[in-house]
Design a protein around this ligand. Structure first.
Ligand code: ADP
Length: 251
């Protein structure tokens, strides 16, 4: 299977009047279709910068990103729903911006609203939605453009702890069921272990790759993939947490 994305020796620094801030140094990794990669690292190490490079918002200073016309969807910390538009109008925003409001695509959005339990709120304003429902609406908006690769930048961090667990489980399951390739940036080690196939640990700024930890849950070898809540209750979970904790606390 050929990779959906390959980063080779990515380097990036910000330049301002105050000087240079080196954010990324020699970042290399490969992403295969249908996989879920989590990226963890201390706050300010360069995680968002890396995502900005991956989606082409900023070019790398050195190194290269190889992706064969990969269509990328980006989900951010805040849901950025427009309060004056209905849930449906928010969901089709990406399609509108890309001039892709075909009947087929609009039908796809309506199907997702139903599948994600938001059909009854299609004509409501986002203010009528709970935090979790808002994230679902944001996910539909992202999925509507049918991305090959989803970039998720701490998409649950604006939620309170309990909601965050539920929404991460919920959105994580929807993404995994969709078979999409995803890269999730988070500073929450448990969240990374509960959702991903592997975790890339970044060092303090300038971010370098400290290690890549593949996650292999015994129960998933013979059965279906566990939900994130099931993973948190698996006996494989604590050893992975301890391993990651050891990596990040010595950064
Ligand atoms: P993270 O997502 O891991 O918290 P970021 O990628 O946002 O980290 O930032 C990495 C470093 O680059 C930080 O030290 C931050 O202050 C700096 N930085 C981010 N954006 C800019 C910018 N536009 N100009 C200058 N420095 C920036």
């Amino acid at each position: 299977m050929s990779p959906i994305l390959e980063c080779r020796d990515l380097c990036f620094s910000y330049h301002s009047a105050e000087g240079e801030t080196e954010a990324l140094r020699d970042i290399s990794f490969t992403v295969f279709p249908g996989t879920f990669t989590a990226i963890v690292g201390p706050s300010g190490c360069g995680k968002s910068t890396l995502l900005s490079l991956l989606c082409g918002l900023i070019p790398p200073e050195r190194g290269e990103i190889i992706s064969d016309h990969t269509h990328i969807g980006y989900m951010l910390q805040r849901d950025h729903l427009l309060e004056w538009r209905t849930v449906y109008e928010n969901a089709i925003l990406g399609l509108e911006m890309q001039h892709q409001c075909t009947e087929e695509n609009l039908q796809f959005v309506r199907q997702m609203l139903t599948a994600y339990g938001l059909a009854d709120f299609a004509d409501a304003k986002p203010s009528a939605l709970s935090g979790g429902m808002r994230q679902r609406a944001a996910l539909i908006r992202t999925m509507a453009i049918r991305p090959d690769l989803l970039l998720l930048d701490e998409p649950f961090s604006a939620l309170d702890y309990q909601t965050r667990l539920e929404v991460a489980d919920d959105i994580g399951s929807l993404i995994i069921q969709s078979g999409k390739t995803a890269i999730l940036v988070t500073h929450d080690l448990s969240e990374a272990i509960s959702l991903a196939d592997r975790v890339i640990v970044l060092t303090r700024r300038p971010a370098e790759i400290r290690c890549i930890l593949p996650l292999d849950f015994e129960e998933e070898r013979t059965g279906p993939r566990l939900t994130s809540l099931e993973r948190r209750n698996s006996p494989s979970f604590p050893p992975y947490f301890q391993r990651l904790w050891k990596e990040v606390r010595h950064l």
